[in-house]
Design a protein around this ligand. Sequence first.
Ligand SMILES: [Zn+2]
Ligand SMILES: [Zn+2]
Length: 245
Amino acid sequence: MKRRSLPEHFGTSLKPLSLQLFHMLLDPSLLVPTGPWWIIAAQAIGIYLLVDFISGVIHWSEDRYGSESTPFVGGAIRKNILHHHRPRHITRITFWEAMGTTALISLGIFVFGTLAGFFGWQLVFLSLLGMNVNIVHRWAHSTPRELHPAIRILQGLRLIQTPKHHALHHGLPRVTHYCAFTNWMNPVLELIRFWRSVEWIIAVLTGIHPREDDSLPGVGSTPEWILELDEEIRESARSRRSSPT
Ligand SMILES: [Zn+2]
Ligand SMILES: [Zn+2]
């Protein structure tokens, strides 16, 4: 009688536990949407809006409660402070610099969601959209000449946030329109006074009030490191102009 090898005898149970867990958490069949088309479409639209809302929550928390000395996220908030003082700077950095923070946040959401058992096309879709939030934000600060026609079409179709809409956040007093992915969530959240209500609840529960934005006229002065950056940019522009072509 043929003796069966141990793995044959025990089927797949001898697979390392980590591999079994990997297959359980990352089942590729979950990447294919199933069910009626209208449920799939409703889920996709819901995820689109959820990405917009998450972008608003992160942006609002940075603008209103973060500072350069905030543990772990101080570096990201420094970029946010620079953005309020010099909104067009985001168009001068590299694509990867612009994408870095949102890519990391999306990766974190993907890993956390997968470990929590939510792996599927919805989580992948959410993570891929989320990775591009700051790129969409960068396009909202770009001039039409700087944008590929396909991007202008996406903005025209209101599939991504338009420059005119994002300008509402950079206007005074700069405490509205935090969502940076589409034009859709902001009007609803402003109508129900969502951010001011959450700030009021936080103040009542913890006594913590939002910080003043020093990029607002009369609130503060431009930080020294931003003035130094201005000088560096001017210097590199001067050397580019004077260098032979
Ligand atoms: Zn802001
Ligand atoms: Zn902006």
